[in-house]
Each structure stands twice: as C-alpha cells, then as structure tokens.
Ligand binder design. Structure first.
Ligand SMILES: Nc1ncnc2c1ncn2[C@@H]1O[C@H](COP(=O)(O)OP(=O)(O)OP(=O)(O)O)[C@@H](O)[C@H]1O
Length: 250
C-alpha cells in the first residue's frame, strides 16, 4: 500500500472539516476523489503531504508516518526542514500551476532535483526527458508567460515527477483551464497511470475518473461516504447523496 490514511481529522477555527477520513491507495493504482465543494477534498490532500497538520489520525506513505520520524522505539514529529525532505517523495500538482515566472520550463523542472543535490548534467537530462514525456519537447526555453495554461500545467507535472515521487497528488489539476486545454493535461495523467504511477486525484472530470481510476471515493461533509470501482460509484452508487452529486456533475 503506498498511501494509507486512517481516522484523519482536521478543524479550522472550531469548524470540523475532516471528520475521520480512512482512505488507502495501493501501489501503482489511481484513486479519484469526488464530492461537493467544501467537503474537505483539498484539505485531505494537503494533510497527506503535511501542508496541513491533521488534528488526529495517521497517514502512512510507503509505511512511513507523514510528519514524523522514527525515534528510538517511538515517533518524533518532524520540524519544518525535515518535513520538506519527506515531502520530496510526494509530488503535488495544484489547480493553479505555481511555476516560477522568472524561470524557463527547464529551469522550473530542474530546480527541485538541483536543490536536492543531484548533479546538474544528470538533472538536466532527466528534465528534458520529462518535458518530452509531457509533450513539451522543444519548449524547454519558454517562460511560463509564453506557455498556455495546459502547457504550464504539464510543466508543473514534469516538475513534480522530477523528484521521482512515490505518490502523486493532483488537486483539481484541470479546473483552472480553458475547456479545450483540459484534454492535453488529462492525457498526460492517463499516461502516468498507464505507467503505474500511484496517484490520488481530486477531480470533477468524471470521464477521467471512469477511464483511469481503479477506485472512486465520494467525500461528503468531511467523510468518505462511499467508495468503490468507478463503474459502480459513477453509475449505481449505494448512497442517494452520491447519486445526486454524480447526476448533477454529469
Ligand atoms: N486554511 C483554512 N482556514 C480556514 N478554513 C479553511 C482552510 N482551508 C479550508 N478551509 C475550509 O474547509 C472547508 C473545506 O475546504 P476544502 O477546500 O478542503 O474543500 P473541497 O472539498 O476541496 O472544496 P472545493 O471542491 O471547493 O475545492 C471549507 O469550508 C473551507 O472554507
């Protein structure tokens, strides 16, 4: 199991946003998280890579507890700098692309590996191969402002992959894109899934979920209301709230 979360809880100013989330993603599989706005999907993703600190619960990535290190027989909470090191194993792609505007596509992709101490020649060669993989061969010298939203998002995916993550998190990666650019980003994600990347994807693209997901998880009011194979959750869910949501989005 690459990701195993149990009993994850999080409140903001007394408002409980996650009410005990249990969710697992087996290695080499894709889980899509769907659900209404405000149901806690982004907050859960942010807990997985510790951009948020859960109030309770446990999150393991490849068996290691996120936010903690082993200390003697117990666990000790990681400090900020050590958290960054742990986070390298988890790639995250956001709704907004978060590229450095003053850096070229190539420089955006190599920045992480160089910061992690990888030799420049090796990091550059790998970054070029990743830009090729996301369909941007030849655009390595372009700055973000010279790229379309779909191209920028594909650079953001290459940048996350450059850290050789064990797990990729996607938080509505296509929802800021013009409709005609959505397909090119989903195609790259389908390719990653086909190559066996372990992925947790928050999305409203139910077509993508149907084709690419091994499991679909429906979030409602800070909980997993139901989960299962896309064929069942998207066509014949058990719960009326899931049925309402799916009907509305389709
Ligand atoms: N840092 C924060 N401080 C205060 N409240 C927050 C914070 N982050 C999220 N929330 C609140 O938590 C709730 C859940 O938000 P979250 O973004 O996780 O939902 P979501 O299911 O991803 O929604 P959407 O589909 O609209 O992105 C919302 O009510 C939101 O306002």
């Amino acid at each position: 199991m690459t990701l195993q979360a149990t009993g994850v809880r999080k409140s903001f100013a007394g408002q409980e946003v996650l009410r005990g989330v249990d969710l697992s993603v087996p290695r080499g599989t894709v889980t899509c998280v769907i659900g209404p706005s405000g149901s806690g999907k982004s907050t859960f993703l942010r807990c997985v890579n510790r951009l948020e600190r859960p109030d309770a619960g446990r999150i393991l990535v490849d068996g290691s507890p996120i936010g903690y290190e082993r200390y003697g027989r117990g666990l000790r909470e990681l400090r900020h700098r050590d958290l960054a090191r742990q986070r390298r194993h988890i790639g995250m792609v956001f709704q907004r692309f978060h590229l450095f505007p003053h850096l070229t596509a190539l420089a955006n992709v190599v920045e992480g590996p160089l910061g992690a101490g990888r030799p420049r020649a090796e990091a550059t060669e790998e970054a070029m191969a990743l830009l090729d993989r996301v369909g941007l061969a030849g655009r390595q010298g372009a700055y973000p402002a010279q790229l379309s939203g779909g191209q920028q998002q594909r650079v953001a995916i290459a940048r996350a992959l450059a850290m050789r993550p064990k797990l990729m998190l996607f938080d509505e990666p296509t929802s800021a894109l013009d409709p005609e650019l959505v397909g090119e980003v989903l195609d790259v994600m389908r390719g990653l899934a086909a190559d066996g990347m372990t992925m947790l994807v928050v999305t409203h693209e139910l077509g993508f979920a149907r084709e690419a997901a091994d499991e679909v998880v429906f979030f409602d009011d800070g909980r997993v209301l139901e989960s299962g194979p896309p064929a069942r959750i998207l066509t014949a869910p058990d719960h009326p709230r899931t049925r309402d949501f799916v009907t509305r989005v389709l």
